[in-house]
Design a protein around this ligand. Structure first.
Ligand code: PMP
Length: 782
């Protein structure tokens, strides 16, 4: 770019000439007052009839197509959103949108007339500058961009001008015109980063026709309420560009503003409130704004140097100060603040910029303890995650951990379809089940569609515990009994009722009896061909014991994945044999599908995967909402009706349409991607690889499981099956060092309880196996 391009070459017309063409071509008479403009001549004309218009004579160098672009854009905006406060075109006496005129020197110029917008230019109102105004201005520009969304024009990409943010590298040569060496270095630094990082990223983002100049000179506020933006003018810099560039140019930062990033946050939040930003856009905003300020510094400084400012924009110092302050704040901090302002999770996507993860960690750990008390964590130093993606969990410094443990985000971390469903439903309606709502009934219909006839109605709650709690209440109501059978070491929840059903974490209770775990690795009948019958016979013993203590079993509640029993694998037929005995004795059977459901065991329903013919109730939790709190109890409508007639059964949040939307989205994903089948394929592969590994790693005692659940038991002596409890604890830490998350279970704490999510492929299995191999080697060498 030569310094010639910097020259403004304003059109040359005397006021008398302008008055006369205005009269001739537009029939306009009135009081003319000149307005400042970068390349055009512009007058505000108070017409004799009281109206006011703006008359513009375009630069001779302005191609007609560019003027046509602006005319068409304004027409488009007016048609899309007539309330948007932008100028309207005023047709000439001949009905044309603009006319050609000739200067005395013989240059041809385009003359056009626009309606005048009342209000004060923000730049003239220091009292306008505040967060509220910036938010509202951001929102107004977003409305403008929404109106421009479907607009295009052949000249939209050829409006070449110096302020086009995506062409900022062309300003490089002009940097040398700046007198201040430190400032030159800063500008080079910004443009270097633009070249290597920002511009290539901008190419990937959303582009459309944008105004690209709604700064303090081109935005108006209400004269009586300067915090209220009432207009956007001057479409001369409009072009086809990235939405990020639009926000970067909505700049109303005062010269002495101590917090320019704060100004940007307010503007971005306002913009985002009308036209939601994408995460990558938010993360580029800081850099784009630096480019804008650097462009200001370069262009104004260069014009000063060649003395072509003539009073129009001559404040390099202001932009240099803002630029310095923004650079001082730094990308990490600034981006966090912008993300926070737009309610994006604060740390989630700025990993590549993260420089102070360690300091941040300590502060967060202290804050958490101070505000939440001591919490049990999986690791001595609890992990700090900021993002989940499919099988991965990611720390602030961008480290990816393979999650083999989490049984909640069953269809993968950060599932976009679920997130969208939550957002879309909550943007429209969220009420409780006391109102009619389509999605709630639709979801219940979909959940029960392939269940046996008697499992035909849902009670929606917010957690697995609540679902089990109500299931227990229903069973007690239906049978008039107060007792229950559960598996030894079971876990069914954290409410008072379900705590009593959770010996894994609580004590033992008189009205509960505990069935022997049908462990086929180290149990009593592990080697017995008749193991199913023999384990199931424990029901008689349990019922008798209960009776002795004066109780009868209202129900048998069972997690068919036997998760808290180290993912024990029951012999074929066991579950059904127990169910038959319980039912014959007048008890109900509740399949707790919190762990086993939603395809975990290779069938959508855990009870089916385990061959349980008849269950009276199903309870669901964790994976139903893929992380969104949602619990479901499914049973016979008649039973629910009878119970509800006695006790008003209601949960405020249970069955709210937002939760149901999440549930629906999870079902969509499971069906669309055949996730249950995929789980079987990947789970089988995982077990096969583990068995292969067991051939050279003697610590592996047993590999078991079904679908996407695996129990991996470690022993120091395979013959004696001596639990390798200490080694298992050590292995968990070694695996952590390999960036793999595992959890343990079982009475001896010597089994990995693996519940990979359905985003796992064979590649993740291979990674897991290689890491485990390495860790087992390390362990045996120690
Ligand atoms: N049942 C089973 C089998 C579970 O594993 C759990 C949770 N670990 C629950 C019920 C309780 O679910 P929630 O934590 O959602 O209340």
């Amino acid at each position: 770019m030569s310094s010639e391009t910097l020259k403004r070459n304003l059109p040359r017309f005397e006021l008398d000439e302008v008055r006369s063409v205005a009269r001739e071509l537009y029939g306009i008479r009135g009081k003319f007052s000149s307005q400042s403009s970068e390349r055009d001549l512009s007058w505000k004309v108070r017409l004799d009839d009281g109206d006011t218009v703006v008359l513009k004579i375009a630069n001779a160098a302005e191609p007609e197509a560019i003027v046509d672009f602006q005319v068409r854009a304004l027409e488009h905006i007016a048609a899309r959103n007539e309330r948007l406060p932008v100028p309207r075109m005023v047709a000439s006496a001949n009905g044309r949108p603009y006319e050609w005129i000739e200067s005395r020197g013989g240059d041809r110029h385009i003359l056009r007339v626009l309606s005048y917008l009342p209000g004060d230019v923000i730049e003239t109102r220091a009292d306008a500058l505040c967060g509220r105004m910036r938010f509202a201005l951001g929102a107004l520009v977003a409305e403008l961009d929404l109106a421009l969304r479907g607009f295009f024009h052949p000249a939209a990409r050829s409006n070449d001008h110096l302020w086009d943010l995506t062409c900022c590298l062309e300003l490089r040569a002009q940097i040398e015109l700046l007198a201040d060496a430190e400032l030159r270095a800063l500008c080079h630094q910004v443009l270097d980063h633009a070249e290597t990082s920002v511009l290539p990223q901008l190419q990937q983002l959303r582009w459309q026709v944008i105004h690209q100049d709604a700064d303090g000179r081109n935005a108006l506020v209400d004269s009586n309420d300067p915090h209220k933006p009432v207009g956007i003018i001057d479409f001369g810099d409009m072009l086809y560009g990235p939405i990020v560039a639009e926000i970067a140019t909505i700049d109303t930062t005062a010269e002495d503003e101590p917090d320019p990033v704060g100004c940007l946050c307010a503007t971005a939040a306002g913009f985002d409130s009308r036209l939601p930003l994408e995460e990558a856009e938010v993360d580029l905003l800081y850099d784009a704004t630096l480019i804008r300020h650097a462009s200001n510094v370069i262009l104004i400084g260069a014009r000063d140097a060649i003395d072509d400012s003539h009073g129009y924009l001559s404040d390099t110092g202001k932009y240099a100060d803002i630029l310095r302050r923004m650079i001082d704040e730094g990308r990490d901090r600034a981006t966090r603040r912008i993300r926070e302002a737009c309610r994006f999770p604060v740390y989630a996507s700025i990993a590549q910029h993260e420089t102070s993860a360690a300091a941040g960690y300590d502060a967060l750990a202290r804050k958490r303890t101070r505000l939440l008390g001591e919490v049990v964590h999986f690791y001595e130093r609890p992990l700090h995650f900021v993002r989940g993606e499919g099988p991965w969990l990611i720390t602030p410094d961008g480290r990816r951990y393979l999650d083999s443990y989490n049984n909640v985000q069953q269809i993968g971390h950060g599932n976009a379809h679920v997130a969208k469903a939550l957002y879309r439903q909550s943007s429209v309606l969220n009420v409780n089940t006391r109102y009619l709502c389509d999605i709630v009934a639709d979801y219940a219909e979909r959940l029960t569609a392939d269940l046996p006839d008697h499992l035909n109605a849902c009670v929606f709650v917010n957690s697995g515990s609540e679902a089990n709690d109500i299931a227990m209440q229903l069973a007690q109501f239906a049978t008039g009994r107060d007792g229950a059978l559960i598996m030894d070491e079971a876990y069914h929840g954290c409410t008072e009722t379900t705590m009593e059903l959770s010996p894994e974490v609580s004590g033992r209770f008189d009205h509960i009896e505990y069935l022997e775990v049908p462990d086929m690795y180290r149990g009593r009948f592990a080697a017995d061909a008749d193991a199913a019958q023999k384990y199931a016979a424990d029901v008689e013993r349990a019922l008798a014991d209960l009776a002795q203590r004066g109780h009868q079993a209202a129900a048998w509640m069972v997690d068919t994945a036997l998760c808290s029993n180290g993912v024990a694998m029951a012999p074929d037929g066991y579950f059904d044999l127990v169910a038959q005995r319980v039912q014959a004795a007048g008890g109900l059977v509740t399949a707790d599908e919190v762990q086993a459901g939603m395809g975990r065991l290779g069938d959508f329903w855990g009870f089916r995967a385990q061959g349980l013919e008849h269950v009276d109730m199903i309870t669901m939790g964790k994976p139903v909402g893929n992380g969104h709190p949602l619990g479901v109890l499914i049973t016979d409508r008649a039973l629910i009706d009878r119970f509800a007639a006695l006790i008003e059964l209601f949960s405020t949040f249970g069955g709210n349409p937002v939760s149901c939307a999440a549930g629906m989205a999870v079902l969509d994903e499971i069906e669309r991607f055949g996730l249950v089948g995929k789980g079987v394929e990947v789970g089988d592969y995982l077990r096969a690889q583990l068995r292969e590994l067991a051939r050279r790693q003697p610590l592996i005692g047993d590999v078991r499981g079904k679908g996407m659940i695996v129990g991996l038991e470690f022993v120091t002596d395979r013959e004696r099956k001596t639990p390798a409890s200490a080694e298992t604890a050590r292995l968990i830490d070694l695996m952590l060092a390999e960036h793999i998350l595992v959890g343990k279970s079982g009475p001896h704490h010597n089994a990995f309880k693996m519940r990979p999510n359905f985003a796992w492929d064979r590649a993740q299995v291979d990674l897991f196996i290689a890491a485990l191999d390495k860790c087992l080697d390390q362990l045996t060498r120690q």
